[in-house]
Design a protein around this ligand. Sequence first.
Ligand code: AMP
Ligand code: GLY
Length: 429
Amino acid sequence: MTETVLLVGGGGREHAIARALADDCELCACASNVNPGIADLAASFETIEETDADGIVAFAESVAADLAVVGPESALAAGVADALDDAGVYTFGPREAEARIETDKAYQRRFMAEEGIPGCPDFETFDDMAAACDYIDAYDGDLAVKPAGLTGGKGVKVIGDQVTAAEAKAYLRESDYDRVVLEERLVGEEFTVQAFVANGEVRTTPAVQDHKRAYEGDEGPNTGGMGSYSDTTMHLPFMDPGDYEDAAEVIEAVVDALPDYKGVLYGQFMLTDEGPKVVEFNARFGDPEAMNTLPVLETPFLDVLTAARSGESLPELTFSGEATVCKYAVPDGYPTDPDAGARIEVDEESVGDALLFYASVDAREDGLYTTTSRAFAVVGLGDSIAAAEADAEAALSVAGDRVRIRHDIGKPDLLDRRVEHMAEIRGGE
Ligand code: AMP
Ligand code: GLY
């Protein structure tokens, strides 16, 4: 029987999900934007806001969907997985209650502390911004200031890195957040481990390192992620295999404490001198990280979804063993003052062996235009990170001059710096 799978979301992450599923099922997709890559792969595509649970259920029923995959956190926070599940469409994505692990950072830290999940930094939560400012004054060391709700990765301010203590306090006073988390500043190298989770089982995928800063050399404001790489192994060059195992144990501990969790659980870790500490959890694939992971997944993603639905054991995963480098092309001025409405050239024929994933582009009759978000990404694959990087760069010749790219992602210089940085941190043990 051919399964009909509904995909919710229209970014690069969802284009990667669509590509992983399209050959094995009838794919139907909906998103607030028309992603030309997904629209090409899908049997039907509807424009629906990702947070419109009723509209998404109606579309799922109209196409007789058997399964659903939810990409963006905004949909999970709006209860789209609950609504689809309740309508009889098994959804690979957590219900709103479990998605709080991402959508409410104050809950997430309390959950970690109460359940004894390893890798939790010191933290306090505040509803009163004046009390939060007093805590900053009294704290011995640097703190990260985090709004409790969703901010697209752009609301966090780290004292001693991006801001001074005085600037952090001004930010708290001016921003009018209902609740913030203040936590110990973690120092080290960041990495991501994403896992498929259902029926209390966990299957982890290779570690990825994203680059949140807008400009080369890790300068500038935080973005949704400018690009990312993974290695031929499960870990990354600056990690030991044991660091990966420690991160996987953290994810397993979360699932033990949340036995009903289903979907992707994404752990963002800081590898510190004391091992991996949790920066955050996400309740979905990362964007860009999905574009590193799904192209090297040899196990059909559909088999993961059907096993999850049936309550059977999840399949053991196999990966191609290729390294990957993903680079996003973003509008000029992104993220602070993005040049939306710029006509961009994307020559699909010229990407060579690399993969092209569309994200937030506006497809008009006369071509593609930028929006305020990341436009498209290329992913190079190879038998080393260097080979994958060269593949990605060759493909970027398609990008034209109306977009900005962090060319340094995946380059040997930057990788060496990460390894040296980690050695310095461990050397200080
Ligand atoms: P988040 O939205 O929690 O992913 O935070 C965005 C970024 O802020 C992370 O990717 C880190 O680079 C940084 N960050 C968050 N929490 C901390 C922390 N406790 N210490 C240092 N950096 C942090
Ligand atoms: N790459 C970071 C995220 O998806 O949240």
